[in-house]
Design a protein around this ligand. Structure first.
Ligand code: GTP
Length: 777
């Protein structure tokens, strides 16, 4: 465990989360992607002929499209920290021929894993940025030996929750995922976070129980946890041959055969029709369990089951595929990435059971239509008008790189494309396919594929079209920062200081920078200490800027609890041109959008010409400026909508400045009446420690005003999950170490912001008032 150990030197140890109870089965959300209709009765390529999904009526898929899409997979590898995602991906790259040798995460050869391409990642042994790679995989049909070559885009995402936005980005654009779990630790706090993110974007997943070689590994406990903790109907599609040190292969329950890895680094896969005697009976039981689970979620198997008929291998495989794509089931694979066992069968499973790009419906808004109009369904037809989503920006050695998933049509080098948000057009000068930090130039990219473009300025989450449509895709969910600190360049501040901060902000929407107007300090905010630490370190390494940082502070926020009207006139007549602007409207509390995380909004409902339209943007600007600093504690204001109803202007004295200042003044007045409160981040804290320390751990969480929401005792260790205010977590890693003889581990993740207790509110208000100049008190 890299970071959660109680020996961590850091103030807070990094954050991970247990989500609130999940829905019993996957729900359909409107995050721009809907689960594919299961009616298409999709069958696995490795076993039976594949039927394709219903084509979009507007742009039907041609046979050529279908042939291309059928063998395409865009998948992510996600999990709790240290489950072995990077180690697994390294094997995948090796077996698919992408890399010539395997290098371990923090391995002795000091090369580091391919996908951890940043120096910092290799040093710390953690994944910080998600890396995309492209590879091929050939499967062999178990029945007739027919071979099929698949093209895969794989994204290895960070497990650490401070970099959660990287996971969001990846899942937004992937068609399927591999959820990696440790065979000993099982479902951990971050597993549930990743699970929630997969649900948000309706991403079907196969599960992979890794580390089967570890002492104490127990895949059946993990399968059970997937069912009960993640509430996903699931069943193993394999049974291990040998345990722990003796783990040497798996029984394939679908095709009823044994699979072993042999040769150099397990690169030869040996199939045998003989099932070892030691596991034969058990494998039969588990195959029956697989069929029973499928009967619960799949009609065809359900029917056969009721009639006491035994499904064929092909029928079982087809049912797994249908129910996985239909978000009703997750097949469970097992292996040991480090021991090179079970990885190739997992790859076969990815091809067999995860969807191709035509099998999930992707939606976009037509911005020509009113926002309430139904969204349009995009079609992965090569000849359709191009629509793509820029999901990640990265500034590398060669300039800005923009990662894009093309959803519809074809993107070609030299094409003119339009940014749907800004309306700006841009020529695509260079198109590449990424392999971690190396690239391959390409001339064009078809729908359903992932590529990177050079020289395309935009923000992450922007939609690009070829200009013939006005489609725009919803962006991804961006959580609120929870921690902030003041940062200052040592010595004279060079332009590199702001250059670096600007670049990081563009790359990462959870990293924010603002200038505190009163203290004149630059404040950076993010998802956790490690998150900010990494950026400070990157400033030093990549921009040659050494910085001093202040003490990490909790990112408190302010919000309003009731609606308040305003009717405000800003008037100034001090010789020369005067200033005049009048604004009338109200502010009201606003719920956070569960999809995008947006919780502030400006709405203009002015009828007639009481405010000329050219001044409206100045009102909006004034509103956002006023939100930067609440009057209670100086923290930013969230959860607030401003509605502008009418106003007044003067032919000579009205200006943008006057309207901006009028709005700030109006907001400040209304804010006092809107019963403002201070909010603090509440974290979900997970502690794992030997059972003998249970009462000490629970006691310490209680004294920190924590609410215990779940606990579990296993053999000789226990897990406690509590909700605790981040402000109460200072010094917790030291305390935990002391109270558990260094054997306890903890992790935490942001849950939500909640109003602080009245005494803390008073304390924060008093402290803030002291920092203000006399005129503002
Ligand atoms: N015993 C055992 N150890 C493994 C296995 N796979 C990975 N590990 C070890 O587990 C540790 C974490 O592996 P990583 O591949 O870095 O895990 P990760 O999930 O990518 O970690 P983050 O990127 O930090 O989230 C490393 O020390 C690996 O050597 C496995 O199959 N068996």
């Amino acid at each position: 465990m890299i970071l959660g150990k109680a020996v961590s030197h850091s103030l807070f140890t990094r954050s991970i989360l247990h989500c609130s109870p999940c829905l019993p089965s996957f729900s359909v959300s409107s995050c721009g992607r809907r689960a594919a209709s299961t009616a298409a009765a999709l069958k696995p390529a490795s076993d039976v002929e594949v039927e394709e999904a219903t084509p979009s009526p507007a742009h039907p898929l041609t046979d050529k499209d279908l042939a291309r899409l059928r063998v395409q997979r865009n998948i992510g590898v996600s999990a709790h920290i240290d489950s072995g995602k990077t180690t697994l991906t390294e094997r995948i790259l090796f077996y698919t021929g992408r890399i010539r040798d395997i290098h371990e995460v923090r391995g002795r050869d000091s090369v580091g894993a391919k996908m951890d391409s940043m120096d910092l990642e290799r040093e710390k042994g953690i994944t910080i940025q998600s890396a995309a790679t492209f590879c091929d995989w050939e499967t062999t049909n178990a029945q007739d030996g027919a071979k099929t070559k698949y093209a895969m885009n794989i994204i290895d995402t960070p497990g650490h929750v401070d970099f959660t936005v990287e996971v969001e980005r990846a899942l937004r654009v992937l068609d399927g995922a591999v959820l990696v779990l440790c065979a000993v630790a099982g479902v951990q706090s971050q597993t549930t976070t990743v699970d929630r993110q997969m649900r948000r974007y309706n991403v079907p997943r196969v599960s992979f129980i890794n580390k089967m070689d570890r002492p104490g590994s127990n895949p059946w406990r993990i399968v059970n946890q997937i069912r009960t903790k993640l509430r996903i109907p699931s069943a193993a599609v394999q049974v291990p041959i040998g345990v722990e040190d003796g783990f040497k292969g798996v029984v394939d329950l679908v095709n009823w055969r044994s699979i072993y890895n042999e040769g150099v680094k397990g690169s030869t896969v040996v199939y045998s029709e003989e099932i070892p005697e030691a596991v034969l009976d058990f494998a039969k039981v588990k195959r029956t369990e697989l069929i029973e689970q499928l009967a619960e979620v799949d009609e065809e198997i359900g029917e056969l089951f009721l009639n006491d008929e035994i499904p064929t291998n092909g029928q079982i495989a087809a049912a797994i595929r249908r129910s996985t794509i239909g978000l009703k089931f997750s097949p469970v694979f097992m292996g040991s990435a480090i021991k090179n066992t079970g990885v190739q069968p997992l790859l076969d499973g990815v091809c067999a059971y995860l969807p191709n790009p035509s099998e999930s419906e992707v939606l976009a808004h037509d911005t020509n239509l009113p926002p309430t109009a139904p969204q349009v369904s995009l079609s992965p037809a090569a000849e359709a008008p191009m629509v793509g989503l820029a999901f990640k920006l990265e500034e590398g050695r060669f300039g800005q790189l923009t990662y894009m998933r093309v959803y519809q049509g074809t993107l070609k080098k030299g094409n003119i494309i339009y940014n749907a948000r800004t309306g700006k057009k841009v020529k695509v000068p260079r198109l590449v396919r990424m392999h971690s930090n190396e690239m391959e130039d390409i001339d064009s990219i078809g729908p359903g594929e992932i590529c990177a473009m050079f020289g395309v300025e935009c923000s992450s989450g922007d939609t690009f079209t070829d200009g013939s449509t006005n489609y725009s895709m919803t962006s991804m969910y961006v959580p609120e920062p929870v921690i902030s600190l003041a940062i200052k360049a040592n010595g004279v501040e060079t332009p590199n200081f702001s250059r670096a901060l600007n670049r990081f902000q563009k790359e990462d929407p959870t990293f924010r920078v603002h200038l505190d107007k009163d203290s004149k300090e630059t404040i950076i905010s993010g998802m956790g200490e490690l998150h900010l630490e990494i950026y400070v370190e990157r400033m030093r390494r990549e921009y040659n800027v050494d910085c001093t940082t202040g003490k990490p502070r909790v990112a408190f926020r302010e919000t309003i609890t009731q609606r308040a009207e305003f009717n405000y006139t800003h008037k100034k007549q001090t010789g020369g041109a005067g200033q005049f602007a009048k604004v009338v409207g109200y502010i009201e509390p606003m719920e956070r959008d569960p999809e995008t995380g947006k919780d502030v909004e400006f709405e203009n409902v002015v009828m007639g010409a009481s405010i000329p339209t050219n001044f409206i943007p100045a009102v909006e600007k004034g509103f956002y400026e006023a939100l930067e600093k609440g009057s209670l504690s100086g923290n930013a204001i969230s959860g607030c909508r401003l509605v502008l109803k009418e106003g007044g202007f003067h032919a000579v004295d009205s200006s943008e400045l006057a309207f901006r200042l009028a709005t700030i003044g109006a907001f400040r007045e209304a804010y006092k009446v809107a019963r403002p409160v201070i909010l603090e981040p509440i974290m979900t804290v997970e502690v794992v420690a030997p059972s003998e320390f249970q009462s000490a751990v629970i006691g310490s969480l209680n004294t920190r005003r924590g609410t215990i929401v779940d606990s579990e005792v296993r053999d000789d260790e226990f897990t406690a999950i509590a909700e605790v205010a981040l402000n109460e977590m200072f010094g917790y890693s030291n305390q935990l170490r002391g109270s558990t003889q260094g054997k306890g581990e903890f992790s935490m993740e942001y849950k939500h912001h909640m109003p602080v207790l009245p005494n803390l509110q008073k304390e924060l208000e008093d402290a803030y008032r002291k920092t203000l100049p006399a005129s503002k008190k």
